[in-house]
Design a protein around this ligand. Structure first.
Ligand SMILES: Nc1ncnc2c1ncn2[C@@H]1O[C@H](COP(=O)(O)OP(=O)(O)OP(=O)(O)O)[C@@H](O)[C@H]1O
Ligand SMILES: [Mg+2]
Length: 264
């Protein structure tokens, strides 16, 4: 089998992170079309991971799910977080399917156990078998059981780095709502993203990076950059680009140049 590409579609793209439960259906539809076109023109097997955006993050934040189990009243918040993420993933999977993409939703909380907020075990054979079948597995940031903390948040970004170790993808693409990796948070006035970075350069930037434009219980851009450092240390190139702009997802999946390229 050809080496796959892992595409993370940020919650900052598929939702408006400043408004609770606001899916950007038009953008999801456009991205679905670009994924369909990429597949038709022979791009490698694809795994899609999406983020929580204004579905998962605010509920998880309200009930302190990312801090682990403290009291019984959190339990309802835990299952609500799982539930709203199922709703967001339905929107995305159904949109992909409507474009002719055989998207297979694989609920991360049903196949994963964490330990201290990191993946302890994930039944990822479903992902591998689905790929062999020509299906497109779709996973997402989720609230999951944790052997140490009771429960915790599994970020979509962490899923991407976990699957990278397993599938050795040819390329990992992070779509967000900004044009790439900047020296500091672009929403606070920074002008230009990096075109190319080495892992060593990225390590320096990560320290001074901001978190997120909206609520983000997984460390926003800083958490993402830490996962990207892990992925590039596996020898895999990573692209961070703006998936709000038409054509960028297709370009990134077809091996084109867009956003910031982080070299291993
Ligand atoms: N150095 C930086 N370079 C680029 N973006 C940055 C930087 N520092 C902070 N940011 C912010 O990070 C945001 C993207 O991270 P965020 O976690 O909010 O999105 P996401 O990962 O797409 O969403 P989700 O976690 O829901 O999937 C951008 O909107 C930007 O404002
Ligand atoms: Mg994030």
């Amino acid at each position: 089998m050809l080496k796959p590409i892992i595409l993370k579609i940020g919650g900052s793209v598929v939702t408006d992170k400043s408004k609770p439960f606001s899916a950007r259906k038009r953008i999801v539809k456009r991205i679905s079309g670009e994924v369909a076109t990429a597949i038709r023109s022979g791009c490698p097997p694809l795994v899609i991971v999406h983020g929580g955006g204004s579905f998962g993050h605010p509920i998880a934040q309200k009930h302190g799910i990312h801090k682990g189990f403290r009291e019984k009243t959190q339990l309802i918040g835990f299952v609500e977080t799982v539930q709203v993420m199922r709703r967001l993933s339905d929107i995305i999977a159904e949109s992909l399917q409507a474009s002719g993409v055989p998207a297979l939703p694989l609920q991360p909380s049903a196949i994963t156990l964490q330990k201290g907020g990191r993946i302890a075990t994930m039944f990822s054979r479903s992902v591998e078998e689905a790929l062999k079948m020509g299906l497109i597995p779709v996973l997402w940031g989720d609230a999951v059981l944790d052997e140490e903390k009771g429960f915790s948040i599994l970020s979509g970004d962490q899923i991407v780095s976990h699957l990278s170790a397993l599938l050795s993808p040819s390329r990992v693409v992070f779509g967000t709502d900004v044009d790439g990796i900047y020296p500091s948070d672009p929403k606070k006035g920074e002008a230009k993203p990096f075109r190319e970075l080495t892992r060593a350069e990225l390590e320096k930037i990560t320290i001074q990076s901001g978190e997120s434009g909206g609520i983000d219980v997984t460390g926003g851009m800083k958490g993402k950059l830490q996962e990207i450092i892990a992925i590039t240390s596996m020898g895999v190139e990573v692209i961070v680009m703006n998936a709000m702009k038409a054509g960028n997802v297709l370009r990134a999946l077809s091996g084109g140049k867009v956003g910031t390229l982080v070299k291993p």
